[in-house]
Ligand binder design. Sequence first.
Ligand SMILES: *[C@@H]1O[C@H](CO)[C@@H](O)[C@H](O)[C@H]1NC(C)=O
Ligand SMILES: *[C@@H]1O[C@H](CO)[C@@H](O)[C@H](O)[C@H]1NC(C)=O
Ligand SMILES: *[C@@H]1O[C@H](CO)[C@@H](O)[C@H](O)[C@H]1NC(C)=O
Ligand SMILES: *[C@@H]1O[C@H](CO)[C@@H](O)[C@H](O)[C@H]1NC(C)=O
Ligand SMILES: *[C@@H]1O[C@H](CO)[C@@H](O)[C@H](O)[C@H]1NC(C)=O
Ligand SMILES: *[C@@H]1O[C@H](CO)[C@@H](O)[C@H](O)[C@H]1NC(C)=O
Ligand SMILES: *[C@@H]1O[C@H](CO)[C@@H](O)[C@H](O)[C@H]1NC(C)=O
Length: 409
Amino acid sequence: MSPSFLLLCLLTIPILPHPAFASDHQAGYLLNCGGSQNVTVGGLTYTSDQGFISVGNTTTIESENLIPILSTVRYFPDTKARKYCYSLPVTPNGKYLVRTIYYYGSFDEGKQPPVFDQIVEGTKWRIINTTDDFGKGLSSYFEVVVMAFGKSLSVCLARNNQTGSSSPFISALEVESLDASVYNPTDFTKYALVTVARHNFGEGEEIIGYPDDKFNRMWHPFMDQNPVVLSHSNVTSSNFWNFPPVKAFTSGLTTSRGKVLELQWPQVPLPDTNYYIALYFQDNRSPSFFSWRIFDVAINNQTFYTELNATASGVTVYAPQWPLSGLTKVTLTPKVGSPVGPVINAGEILQILPLGGRTKPRDVKAMGELARSFNNPPPDWSGDPCLPKENSWTGVQCSQEYICHVISV
Ligand SMILES: *[C@@H]1O[C@H](CO)[C@@H](O)[C@H](O)[C@H]1NC(C)=O
Ligand SMILES: *[C@@H]1O[C@H](CO)[C@@H](O)[C@H](O)[C@H]1NC(C)=O
Ligand SMILES: *[C@@H]1O[C@H](CO)[C@@H](O)[C@H](O)[C@H]1NC(C)=O
Ligand SMILES: *[C@@H]1O[C@H](CO)[C@@H](O)[C@H](O)[C@H]1NC(C)=O
Ligand SMILES: *[C@@H]1O[C@H](CO)[C@@H](O)[C@H](O)[C@H]1NC(C)=O
Ligand SMILES: *[C@@H]1O[C@H](CO)[C@@H](O)[C@H](O)[C@H]1NC(C)=O
Ligand SMILES: *[C@@H]1O[C@H](CO)[C@@H](O)[C@H](O)[C@H]1NC(C)=O
């Protein structure tokens, strides 16, 4: 099955300004696509995307109360190009979180958002259809964690058989450099991780993002019928491989003594495939000799972890590759005689996306040099020259192995 057909739940961000914070942002890129000026949103400065892409047209969406990054788009009317690519200088073999943000806003005076493909480092990542979110007045965002193969990371849009004469578009692009330990021990030479769900349990409203999360990951609120507890101490984020924000531990879901805690999370059914799952727990009581509790963790009735000791300093359990399909049930069963019920504070699920292949670095370099030697290279001569194979550079022929190489130009 083609990975692009593993459709995932769409994560959405409301069109509301976040409060402003001082900027001490990590290394990376925050691009306001189609914009010519710097704009600040939630304490983060987004710069113009000029210089990172050489194709596309830009326009402005006239609408009140739109956060500035959504009020400009770059769109791609050229129906002949096989892809439209951003190319960002990065550290080879570095791990990056790539986030694309879309807000249609009828920029083309149409009613229906264009449908198109999204590609990262030569792998088709997913089909973009923002119709439902746009109908609700929301922007859409998508996130993937990838390793950069070479000195530049490519993020491309491409037409597919549903695009017709409409123009693929993008509102903002974020690329955050991740610490080496984040989402270990995934083999990023073979896989990427696509964000499916990231929730802060026991919180009703607030989305946690930057600056609480230094990578600007969004931790969405999640409440159900289970009782909420508030924490009496803070964890140390850097003690965890994935650097969950301290704030994600401040609330949790629990049950009364002796009862099993059952959570149906995430709320949407998932496609049948493998996922990276990380769950975060903290005993909410003030740190003392007694502030810990023992429980078993199961997912869809399968043991995930036995006799987990959740202490006041917090603990995480994860599975690098776990099959899920349809709705997911997380069950926490307290140890017999436990004086308090189990508790859970936060969780992340990312879909494991097999990479579509790699092109020989030597060929990528040679083709890049060739493209730069032209005054007017074809518009799609950016990003990976061979991959995905339907979106190779115009006029370039590649071998069809896992490691592709250029056969002829
Ligand atoms: C935009 O911001 C970047 C870095 O944040 C800065 O280097 C640049 O000078 C700014 N450009 C303008 C036009 O203010
Ligand atoms: C997009 O930009 C190109 C080059 O600047 C121009 O020729 C073309 O007319 C523009 N297309 C639209 C739809 O504005
Ligand atoms: C569109 O393309 C997808 C995959 O590329 C394919 O599965 C689907 O059948 C195509 N649909 C049509 C109507 O051609
Ligand atoms: C896009 O999504 C809308 C709403 O879910 C759906 O009606 C439409 O068929 C989708 N378009 C394509 C081309 O898949
Ligand atoms: C946890 O950290 C926050 C923010 O630094 C602080 O406001 C709060 O008082 C701390 N809570 C505890 C229990 O120390
Ligand atoms: C889990 O076990 C319960 C009770 O034994 C059963 O009703 C349910 O169908 C099982 N769920 C799954 C996903 O296997
Ligand atoms: C759980 O961890 C706490 C703190 O490290 C420790 O004092 C306690 O003995 C542990 N409980 C069990 C049953 O291992």
